[in-house]
Ligand binder design. Structure first.
Ligand code: GDP
Length: 204
């Protein structure tokens, strides 16, 4: 039986560890959902809104700061994985290299990774770096889904246009899950829908 999203996300959610290398990841014992997106896309805010815990993922006052993969175990059923934000202009080259290497290895080599949520700022749509990540996920044959963030910041008509443009871009990406979910951590639109979507993935 599938749990309702709201029930699942009301269960305990604990920080397990932050990993900086592939040989230091937790055992792949639970289905995993990874959150990926450019720095400042609203990833921490979304994770906090989903889990209704304000400080779980640190909303970054300093973008590009968290360069580790953070693991949170929800209800002993689902591992939420916070990947470091990419595309931060001021990040040092060596940092970017290290990040890319780690994230690539993680995305391509994690057997229990059920889906990647690729977060896109509603105001900006898909950028070149995002398409790069999509290609990487296609190559690794990892299922991924686009989640638009900060939907409260634009008008409904503009939001529709972004959804359409993202949908059009999908056609070239075989591993993309067709449903796009628009969310706002501020007015909480789309949060319950996303919770329900993730609850479906707890079934092994
Ligand atoms: P991260 O770097 O991807 O973890 O992004 P954060 O969660 O730290 O958010 C970056 C900035 O966007 C912060 O100033 C947030 O307050 C803001 N933000 C995040 N989510 C939303 C949202 O849904 N609506 C609005 N209006 N602002 C948001």
């Amino acid at each position: 039986m599938t749990l309702t999203g709201n029930y699942l996300f009301a269960q305990p959610c604990d920080f397990i560890m932050g990993a900086v290398a592939m040989d230091a990841l937790p055992a792949p014992d639970y289905p995993e959902i990874a959150f990926a997106g450019r720095s400042n896309v609203g990833k921490s805010s979304l994770i906090n809104a989903l889990t209704a815990r304000r400080g779980l993922a640190k909303a970054s006052s300093e973008p590009g700061r968290t360069q580790q993969i953070n693991f949170f175990l929800l209800a002993e059923k689902l591992m939420l994985v916070d990947l470091p934000g990419y595309g931060y202009a001021k990040a040092a080259r060596t940092e970017v290299k290290r990040w890319t290497h780690l994230v690539k290895d993680y995305l391509a080599g994690r057997p229990n990774l059920r889906r990647v949520l690729l977060l896109i700022d509603s105001r900006h749509g898909l950028k070149e770096v995002d398409t790069g990540i999509m290609e990487l996920l296609d190559e690794a044959a990892v299922s991924y889904q686009i989640v638009l963030t900060k939907a409260d910041k634009i008008k409904p008509k503009e939001l529709e246009a972004v959804v359409e443009s993202v949908r059009a871009a999908f056609k070239k990406h075989p591993a993309a899950h067709p449903e796009i979910i628009a969310t706002s951590a501020h007015d909480r639109n789309g949060i319950e829908m996303l919770r329900n979507e993730l609850a479906k993935l707890t079934v092994r």
